[in-house]
Design a protein around this ligand. Structure first.
Ligand SMILES: NC(=O)c1ccc[n+]([C@@H]2O[C@H](COP(=O)([O-])OP(=O)(O)OC[C@H]3O[C@@H](n4cnc5c(N)ncnc54)[C@H](OP(=O)(O)O)[C@@H]3O)[C@@H](O)[C@H]2O)c1
Length: 254
């Protein structure tokens, strides 16, 4: 293990859904720590905007359109990564969607499938693709972005809660299965983070006040609050940690 500073020099890192919100903050932080970063998203214009932001900060990023829940699109993305870099060291399974859902018993099958595809199947598909490249590199780090919703059943968020609970078990199963290949698999579970995705929770002042009462640290997270845990899990500081879920929620689940 090197010094105590996080340095990702020479590392190739893919952040799915890295064109906005938490994924973009993670991707930028990894690039600042000298990693070669790749981001994907469904919409080219969002990727272009993110790329401009990287450029403004003097950082480089490879950006490619790919829906993380569609295996053909991921196969094309990983082929590009393999052609350009020949390996992958870090995968952040960050995509997630639709926090607010009807009651589970009233949800239609299409919504269930869409949420499972984006919030759970995407991590299975990308991790399977990454496994091949990480084995080639002699090891790697997979970090899944979960949520405190994985462990706290919440009315109106049911299907999302179930998908994130699946993501946490996927984390633990992959951790034991891939340990002998020197691949660490961990997750970060944030509480509410101020992004477009969570807007319903913070855009109404009264609702935000109510929500804040349940957070011992007295505020919701900004994206920067979550980045540190991801960087730690991506770095050699966490080489003997696998199958772990780090909660980043200002104490709400304590
Ligand atoms: N914000 C919170 O309060 C909070 C709390 C706990 C956990 N989380 C988790 O944190 C992660 C990031 O959330 P966020 O708040 O940053 O969300 P966000 O602001 O909605 O950003 C989502 C990003 O993912 C991309 N994306 C969405 N679906 C995709 C797909 N199927 N394939 C590829 N890219 C996709 C989006 O770009 P395109 O639209 O162009 O595809 C965008 O770049 C999610 O897993 C979420 O569940 C968030």
């Amino acid at each position: 293990m090197g010094g105590r500073n996080i340095d990702l020099s020479g590392k190739i890192a893919l952040v799915t859904g890295g064109s906005r919100g938490l994924g973009k903050a993670i991707a930028l932080a990894m690039a600042e720590k000298n990693a070669n970063v790749i981001i994907c998203g469904r919409k080219q214009e969002n990727l272009n905007k993110a790329q401009d932001e990287f450029k403004k900060q003097g950082l480089d990023v490879m950006a490619e359109v790919a829906h993380a829940g569609k295996s053909d699109q991921l196969t094309a993305l990983f082929k590009s990564i393999d052609e350009r870099f020949g390996k992958l060291d870090i995968l952040v399974n960050n995509v997630g969607t639709n926090v607010l859902t009807p009651l589970v018993a009233e949800a239609d099958e299409g919504l269930w499938d869409k949420l499972m595809e984006t919030n759970l199947k995407s991590a299975f598909l990308a991790s399977s693709q990454a496994y091949r490249l990480m084995k080639k590199a002699g090891g790697g780090k997979i970090i899944n972005i979960s949520s405190i919703a994985a462990r706290k059943a919440s009315r109106g968020m049911g299907v999302y809660c179930i998908a994130k609970a699946g993501l946490e078990m996927l984390t633990r199963v992959l951790a034991i299965e891939l340990a002998s290949d020197h691949i660490n698999v961990n997750a970060v579970a944030p509480g509410v983070v101020r992004t477009q995705f969570s807007q319903p929770f913070w855009s109404d002042e009264n609702l935000l006040k109510e929500l804040t009462k349940s957070i011992p640290m007295g505020r919701i997270a900004e994206t920067g609050d979550v980045v540190g845990a991801v960087l730690f899990l991506a770095s050699d500081l966490s080489d003997f940690i696998t199958g772990e879920i780090i909660t980043v929620d200002g104490g709400s689940m304590a």
